[in-house]
Design a binder for this molecule. Structure first.
Ligand code: FAD
Ligand code: EPU
Length: 336
């Protein structure tokens, strides 16, 4: 329950930005969290998980609370599912590995996503054909002002593509303290996305398993996404933008190579990485701020970039995509 002052946030964000926090502490339970919210109620507050979806553009003049709520347990089961509750401060990838070890299926396609379990509902994390909402049962969240616990069911969370009620209507109102997952006893494999099938073939897997799917996903991810331990980044900096079919056909006439896939609504989701690459940004570097050479959607810090240098680069990318394609990108990363 110790509060430190004037602390560098560099070890606590995957971009490796050296912003400072006026105050910094960690909490291991809802009770500790509640105590901080009471004693430090006048200060601006930022709850931090793994810091892998955040860009600090300035020092944080308030209290940064690092989430350390741990504990994973099976709380229920029926014929088809196990219900597994995880403390929100658990590491996401370790949670996925534990599920695989126990043969609890559903999160294997989400292997190797950095960060904590508690942030996973924030933007409904997704990868390789699966989103958090597909395995979500409920979560518990602590109201910052009322100091009471709430339970949110799947319907309550308003999940969408990289969206939830916690990013919009309830922004900065709740701290997620635990998440309960509904995982399958018998897996339903999801291998149709991207290069999973090819990677499984390359691995010469004799029998398909959730472990094999995770291994394929891990290999594909490692081949194109920079490891934050080596190059600072926060994954995709922008979302893949959605346009209607009419707009898509007009763009396709002018840019026949444009990549998009049709959504159930009939709208088209464009590959933002392709748009950015076409504007010439892929592999671009100015100082220590850059656009990753293998994935243009990922902005990187090669060492000592300042948060505002990364932000300014994102703004230049935004403007050039708007100019060339008339498409407005939306940032996925949380800007502080
Ligand atoms: P943080 O960065 O610590 O926090 C993110 C936001 O959530 C902040 O606004 C924070 O205040 C808030 N928050 C955090 N915890 C809580 C809590 N308990 N209660 C309330 N608010 C909270 N994302 C994907 O969806 N798919 C991917 O494939 C993917 N790949 C990535 C690859 C790399 C290399 C990197 C670096 C990132 C990637 N991401 C991906 C983004 C990131 O991993 C996820 O968004 C992850 O869920 C962030 O978790 P975190 O604990 O690091 O969140
Ligand atoms: N592409 C390019 N140039 C690039 C990058 C991508 O042309 O520089 C093309 C690819 O060739 C491919 C398409 O764009 O045809 C999509 O690329 P990819 O499969 O790499 O996925 P993405 O759409 O760029 C999304 C998520 C990732 C997630 C992967 C896999 C978003 C914003 N990003 O990336 O999530 O891991 O799919 O499912 O939806 C994250 O959110 O941080 C993240 C990494």
């Amino acid at each position: 329950m110790q509060i430190q002052e004037n602390i560098s946030l560099q070890p606590y964000n995957s971009f490796g930005i050296g912003a400072k926090a006026r105050k910094f502490a960690s909490f291991k339970s809802t009770e500790e969290l509640s105590a901080f919210l009471t004693t430090e109620s006048k200060l601006p507050l930022l709850v931090l998980g793994g810091g892998s979806n955040i860009l600090f553009t300035k020092d944080f003049d308030g209290l940064v609370l690092k989430n350390e709520i741990k504990g994973i347990k099976k709380i229920d089961e029926d014929d088809e599912f196990v219900y597994v509750q995880s403390g929100s401060g658990e590491n996401w990838h370790q949670f996925v590995l534990l599920c695989i070890e126990n043969n609890w299926a559903g999160v294997e396609n989400l292997a190797l996503i950095p960060g904590c379990v508690g942030a996973s509902p924030m933007q409904n994390i997704g990868a390789y054909g699966v989103e958090l909402k597909d395995v979500f049962h409920e979560l518990k969240a602590f109201h910052r002002k009322e100091k009471t616990n709430y339970t949110f069911s799947l319907n309550d969370c308003d999940f969408g593509y990289r969206e939830s009620i916690f990013k919009r209507k309830y922004k900065d109102e709740f701290v997620i303290t635990s998440v309960t997952f509904r995982l399958r006893k018998q897996p339903i494999f999801n291998t149709s996305y991207g290069a999973i099938e090819q990677e499984l073939e390359r691995l010469t897997i004799s029998e398909l398993s959730i472990k094999a799917v995770a291994e394929a996903v891990i290999n594909i991810r490692s081949s194109k996404l920079p490891d934050p331990k080596e190059i600072g980044n926060a994954g995709s900096f922008f979302k893949n933008p959605e346009i209607n079919n009419e707009q898509f056909l007009i763009l396709q006439k002018e840019f026949p190579g444009i990549i998009g896939h049709t959504l159930p609504s009939g709208n088209i989701k464009l590959a933002a990485g392709w748009l950015i690459e076409q504007c010439g940004w892929k592999g671009y570097r100015k100082g220590d701020a850059g656009c990753h050479a293998k994935q243009a959607l990922v902005l990187v810090n090669y060492g000592n970039a300042k948060g505002d240098e990364i932000y300014n680069l994102s703004e230049a990318i935004f403007q050039s995509v708007k100019k060339k394609f008339g498409v407005m990108l939306e940032r996925e990363v949380n800007i502080v």
